[in-house]
Design a protein around this ligand. Structure first.
Ligand code: SF4
Length: 237
């Protein structure tokens, strides 16, 4: 990345240091209109962002990745969110041939066998569709928060995403889990019903379990792996 572009990201980070999330979003949705999209996993943070984005500019593209291994509750959350905000979230699917070949070679539940297999599955079912969804854009928005896990402590509000060659905006970077849920309650935002059943972080059905009291919020994701490996690749720097 060029020095000049790095400086302008530093400036944006300074400029929005004390700004609210809706203020930050309003700036980016206006200045990058048509070249910006929000990647929603339909998680609690993403529902907060959908509410904010829909109230600023309903034409903003919002997409989600359907890996083919999602919980039924996640599909239901997509429907309720579309109905509530009168939007139409784009659902991105993996390449059929890649999925079929992977399953034929390694089995339907290959991810339990090795980190390599798990990463291959995430690559085919998430990374490839994400790249397709982001193609040609300047900015993508994510609902990441610093306090979510050890892999997310180094996040910045505005950062350069080398993998996708564009700016990544994390408007909820400094929010706490409590703030997220207070906002959902205050605005009566629709959310995935699994959150009420001990699932703070929801991904694919075979790779997500409920957590016990006192466990880390990401403990239920790929629970058989060490914490420092627990990213699907979508948010790896
Ligand atoms: Fe595959 Fe699990 Fe990754 Fe989903 S989370 S893409 S099922 S390895």
């Amino acid at each position: 990345m060029e020095q000049k572009a790095k400086e302008s990201l530093n400036e944006l980070n300074k400029r929005f240091q004390r700004a609210s999330s809706p203020e930050i979003l309003a700036y980016f949705l206006t200045n990058f209109k048509g070249n910006i999209a929000f990647a929603s996993s339909m998680g609690a943070e993403d529902q907060v962002l959908t509410e904010m984005i829909a109230s600023i500019d309903k034409e903003t593209r919002i997409f989600t990745l359907d890996t083919g291994r999602m919980f039924p509750e996640t599909y239901e959350a997509i429907d309720r969110t579309n109905a509530r905000y009168k939007i139409n979230i784009d659902v991105m699917f993996p390449e059929q041939q890649q999925v079929e070949e992977m399953v034929k070679q390694k089995g339907i539940n290959l991810f339990y066998e090795s980190i390599g297999n798990r990463k291959q599955c995430c690559h085919i079912r998430k990374m490839v569709p994400l790249k397709r969804a982001l193609h040609g854009l300047d900015v993508w928005i994510s609902g990441l928060r610093r306090s979510q896990s050890v892999t997310r402590e180094e996040l910045e509000l505005v950062e350069w995403d080398d993998n996708n060659g564009m700016i990544k905006l994390n408007p909820l970077i400094d929010w706490t889990e409590e703030q997220v849920w207070a906002y959902i309650e205050e605005k009566n935002i629709p959310y995935n019903k699994l959150h009420d059943q001990g699932f703070p972080s929801i991904g694919c059905q075979p790779c997500t379990r409920a957590i016990q009291e006192g466990e880390d919020v990401r403990a239920g994701r790929w629970w058989w792996e060490n914490p420092e490996h627990k990213e699907c690749g979508l948010h790896v720097k």
